[in-house]
Design a binder for this molecule. Structure first.
Ligand code: NAI
Length: 245
């Protein structure tokens, strides 16, 4: 894909799942990748693996819900590489529980890690992009339409639609594009924690009759980061096997 070689991208939640697949794909495309995650061991292992194979990757340990940790992490990336060309706000968590049983902790954690995190990421990274332009991709979800047991998660993922479109409108003048990818069920550790019977039930609503591989979501994310998407902004790209049809 165009415009990725030697460019610098931050990917949050890069220790596993969709974030890891995105980091691997960016590395294959010749990009420099900052792997941001609270899982220090996971990102350092991946950074070592990519670097040993000739890639350029560093681990940046941070909690995406912390403003202070974002400031420090972005400072590390700028200090090392001198520029930031793109950001993937991918880190996420679930704490599923039906509405009446959901606790304040369930609500606050999921909103902070899935939604506030992306706002903090944009606030900290955009100043480094205003002179050069850049691309931001947020991870929304099919659950943004509402899903049983996911009042917190669905609200966060719907909130990301508003954030994505607002960033796109406010920063188009800086040639900063902002889009979201909304995956359907994807075979990652997040989903592997769901009982097999429930996962099997999902397949009935997916015309392609299978879950996505993380690399299939990564391909859409990297497309939106790339120069091939230079006229695409403010969009929510469903990658869901046709499940909304
Ligand atoms: P995952 O659970 O496999 O990986 C999430 C990563 O985020 C982990 O490496 C974890 O350490 C990191 N993380 C969690 N909290 C963090 C924090 N506070 N600070 C820094 N890092 C943190 O998740 P998966 O499946 O790869 O999901 C990635 C994104 O895609 C999430 O935003 C998720 O909501 C979204 N998504 C996933 C779908 C799926 O079916 N797997 C479907 C739709 C959206």
């Amino acid at each position: 894909m165009r415009g990725l070689t030697d460019r610098v991208f931050i990917v949050t939640g890069a220790a596993q799942g969709i974030g890891e697949a995105t980091a691997r794909r960016l590395n294959e495309e010749g990009a420099i990748v900052a792997l941001a995650d609270r899982n220090r061991v996971g990102i350092e292992a991946l950074a070592d693996e990519l670097s040993a194979a000739g890639g350029r990757a560093i681990g940046v340990t941070l909690d995406v819900s912390s403003r202070d940790e974002w400031m420090a992490g972005v400072g590390t990336v700028l200090g090392r590489f001198g520029r930031i060309d793109g950001l993937v706000n991918n880190a996420g968590v679930t704490r599923d529980r039906s509405l009446l049983k959901m606790t304040d902790e369930d609500w606050d954690l999921v909103i902070d890690v899935n939604l506030k995190s992306a706002w903090l990421g944009c606030q900290n990274v955009i100043p480094a992009m205003t002179a050069t332009g850049g691309s931001i991709v947020n991870l929304s979800s099919e659950s943004r339409w509402g899903a049983f047991g996911q009042a917190n998660y669905a609200s966060a993922k719907a909130g990301l639609v508003g954030l994505t479109r607002t960033v796109a409108v406010e920063h188009a003048r800086h040639n900063i594009r902002c889009n979201a990818v909304a995956p359907g069920a994807t075979s990652t550790p997040m989903v592997e924690a769901v009982p097999a019977q429930i996962r099997q039930g999902w397949l009935d609503a997916i015309p392609l009759r299978r879950e996505a591989e993380p690399s299939e979501i990564a391909a859409a994310i990297v497309y939106l980061l790339s120069g091939d998407a230079s006229y695409v902004t403010g969009q929510i790209l469903g990658v869901n096997g046709g499940s909304a049809l």
